[in-house]
Design a binder for this molecule. Structure first.
Ligand SMILES: *[C@@H]1O[C@H](CO)[C@@H](O)[C@H](O)[C@H]1NC(C)=O
Ligand SMILES: *[C@@H]1O[C@H](CO)[C@@H](O)[C@H](O)[C@H]1NC(C)=O
Length: 323
């Protein structure tokens, strides 16, 4: 049934935004930050699922990398939306994965999109889906109480204290179908935020900011990519929702550091250091997440081994990206 609906939809879809590409897919999705750590696996997963994926990227070199992955490259700066915004005229969804903690950028992109939507899309056009990438740091530090997608945010990590307001701006906005995805700490491939600690381990020193006894809420980049695909495909049903993207279980930071020491062959015992800045405070944050919303509404099930169990593979993957 879904297959038939998909086929019908593809045939009915109108001309591509760029004449050099023949339109032949389901949804038309723009990924902002398509060559990034989350953006690339997400764009690849969307392509694999049969969607027409446009990837916004800054450089020619990255554009080439995207084209090789059957992602239609669009060269432009995120913070200069006038360069690329025309693409939203016949788009189904925008996935914003710019990463970092750039508050300005986030509100600016949403503002621009909502502002030009009435000019570029005919009256009565279906709403554009807008998926904003937040993060589980908004749950803040709590080593005793379990939290979930719908737990009120009482004390976000200071670094991202502005983010709950941003999440609300996205899901409350009536111009777009707003959805928020909050990835937990990422692992896999090049290692994302954990990469510097893998590097340090490779040089013999295993350390982490914070204190012993902490726990990691984690998600593998491939499992996360699968969640974006599900959220985009069911966006008409889940508009206004905020999803925590984390494994079913948290993992002991002590265990992770021991596993890292073993995989890297580091000889000195793992140590904890006083966080040097707000970023390191956020890295050392423990939140005991048991997310349910993506499971119940989207049928999402992370399938990767955890960070401790899979450490030999994840460490080897990180190492391979360094050579
Ligand atoms: C949607 O968000 C933008 C940017 O924050 C804002 O300017 C606009 O007023 C919002 N529109 C609605 C209908 O909420
Ligand atoms: C953890 O959360 C519970 C419930 O919100 C709260 O009562 C408690 O004070 C929190 N603990 C810390 C250390 O913030």
């Amino acid at each position: 049934m879904e297959r038939i609906a998909r086929t019908l939809r593809s045939e009915l879809t109108v001309a591509p935004y760029n004449d050099s590409y023949v339109y032949c897919a389901d949804m038309k999705v723009l990924v902002i930050g398509a060559s990034g750590f989350i953006g690339l696996p997400t764009a690849q997963a969307l392509v694999r699922a049969g969607h027409y994926v446009i990837g916004l990227t800054r450089t020619q070199a990255k554009a080439k990398l995207l084209a090789a992955e059957e992602i239609v490259p669009l060269i432009g700066e995120v913070d200069k939306p006038e360069e690329w915004i025309k693409v939203i005229a016949d788009l189904d969804a925008i996935i914003e994965i710019v990463g970092g903690t750039a508050k300005q950028l986030v509100s600016q992109t949403l503002e621009f999109v909502t502002k030009v939507t009435p000019e570029l899309r005919p009256a009565g056009a279906p709403k554009l889906t807008y998926i904003y990438t937040s993060g589980t740091w908004v749950h803040g530090e709590n080593r005793t109480d379990i939290v979930t997608d719908t737990t009120p945010l009482r004390s976000p990590a200071q670094l991202v204290a502005w983010r709950p307001a941003c999440e609300q701006a996205v899901v409350k906005n009536t111009t777009v179908n707003g959805i928020v995805i909050r990835p937990a700490l990422l692992y896999g491939r090049a290692g994302s935020l954990l990469a510097p600690f893998f590097k340090s381990a490779s040089e013999g020193k295993v350390w982490y900011p914070g204190t012993p006894g902490g726990r990691f809420a984690l998600v593998h980049c491939d499992d996360l990519a699968d969640l974006y695909v599900r959220a985009v495909e069911r966006s008409s049903l889940v508009a206004g929702q905020i999803f925590d993207a984390a494994n079913d279980f948290t993992e002991s930071v002590d265990d992770v550091l021991n596993a890292l020491a073993k995989a890297s062959g580091a000889t000195s015992p793992p140590e904890y250091r006083e966080p040097a800045n707000l970023y390191e405070v956020a890295l050392g944050t423990t939140h005991l997440i048991r997310p349910y919303l993506a499971r119940s509404l989207l049928g999402w099930r992370p399938s990767k081994p955890g960070l401790v169990d899979g450490m030999p593979i994840y460490y080897a993957a990180w190492k391979a990206t360094q050579e």
